[in-house]
Design a protein around this ligand. Structure first.
Ligand SMILES: Nc1nc2c(c(=O)[nH]1)N[C@H]1C(S)=C(S)[C@@H](COP(=O)(O)O)O[C@H]1N2
Ligand SMILES: [Mo]
Length: 319
């Protein structure tokens, strides 16, 4: 039997060639961006009509740098998952250019099982902490990855200030709910507001970062401004954006993704090439800007730092 092939199913030779040219150009831009950051003058890094401001200077370079070439500023700020601004990868960069509204001060509530709860304005929240640059891999559950030069501070430092009590077993994070600013929230694609959670030891792990910038500048809306979580050994969806609440709880929090598909998204969501998503393999990934897929590493390559937290757990059951 002859199966008629869809004309558009395979890329044309010319498209492949164009893609190679595109990648070479990306490589070039990538190098210029890296040089710009190294000199703390991220000039020319403009995106979606926004001029770059060199916000963070004197950044402490952390030991956690992945030792890999960071993805381009352009890729990091135009290829995003942020369902509050639509479900396509390109829509957040277009719809979040004015986010968050600067006329409304950003507030973060720290509460639950802790001795020092409080409501903080963003500036007061971050003031006590030393900003670091940490270059981490981000691996999305969909099978792509990037390397991102984050600016931020250890979540552990913030937790120590809040003084969680003995009932605090988990930390729950919540994104802003404001459909006026976040048009994607008009559609119930997830149970808004977006929530995520970590076990206390995961939250206290020195790798876990509260990020406020990328490439030496403040986060843009599409990357989760003004403050988002980064948990580099877990799938990207654990790295919740635009946080307004950090709550210490006794019971295991149910994240928005666990509610939307309990058989597909578990609480732990550690990057694990041996445990597949029910609908696709997790053994390989495509680094954005590269053509061929590469092998996915256990815990996204952070095994040495995090494997001890799961030594007595069945990671197939606790996915
Ligand atoms: N509030 C919120 N946080 C979110 C998401 C989202 O849709 N909403 N998407 C997650 C997913 S699936 C990924 S892969 C990362 C992407 O982060 P980036 O766009 O900065 O690369 O953000 C995560 N955090
Ligand atoms: Mo993701």
């Amino acid at each position: 039997m002859l199966i008629r092939k869809n004309k558009h199913s395979e890329p044309l030779e010319s498209e492949v060639t164009d893609h190679q040219v595109y990648l070479n150009r990306r490589q070039f831009l990538n190098t210029s961006a890296t040089i710009a950051t190294a000199t703390m003058l991220p000039m020319g890094l403009a995106v979606a009509g926004k001029e770059a401001e060199p916000t963070f200077t004197d950044l402490v370079k952390s030991d956690f740098a992945a030792g890999e070439e960071p993805s381009t500023f352009e890729a990091i700020t135009t290829y995003n998952n942020f369902y509050e601004f639509g479900t396509s990868k390109s829509s957040p960069a277009v719809l979040a250019t004015e986010f968050p509204d600067k006329s409304q001060p950003w507030k973060v509530t720290i509460d639950g099982e802790c001795d020092k709860p409080g409501d903080y304005h963003y500036d007061d929240l971050i003031r006590p902490f030393t900003m670091e640059e940490r270059i981490y891999r981000l691996r999305c559950v969909e099978g792509w990855s990037m390397v991102i030069p984050w600016v931020g501070f250890s979540l552990a430092d913030l937790i120590k200030r809040a003084q969680p009590n003995s009932r605090a077993k988990y930390v729950e994070f919540t994104t802003l709910y404001d459909p006026e600013q976040m048009p994607g929230q008009h559609r119930k694609v997830l149970d808004w507001p977006y929530t995520e959670g970590l076990r206390m030891d995961e939250a206290m792990n020195p790798l876990t970062l509260l990020a406020v910038g990328i490439y030496g500048q403040e986060l843009l809306g599409q990357n989760g401004a003004p403050i988002r979580l980064v948990v580099p050994w877990k799938y990207g969806f654990k790295s919740i954006k635009s946080i307004v609440r950090i709550r210490f709880v006794e019971q295991l929090p149910t994240s928005s993704w666990m509610k939307s598909g309990p058989r597909e998204y578990g609480f732990y969501s550690n990057v694990n090439p041996e445990v597949d998503h029910p609908r696709w393999s997790q053994s390989r990934e495509r680094r954005i800007g590269e053509f061929l897929k590469r092998k996915t590493l256990m815990f996204n390559g952070y095994e040495e730092q995090v494997a001890h937290m799961y030594s007595d757990m069945d990671l197939k059951k606790n996915f």
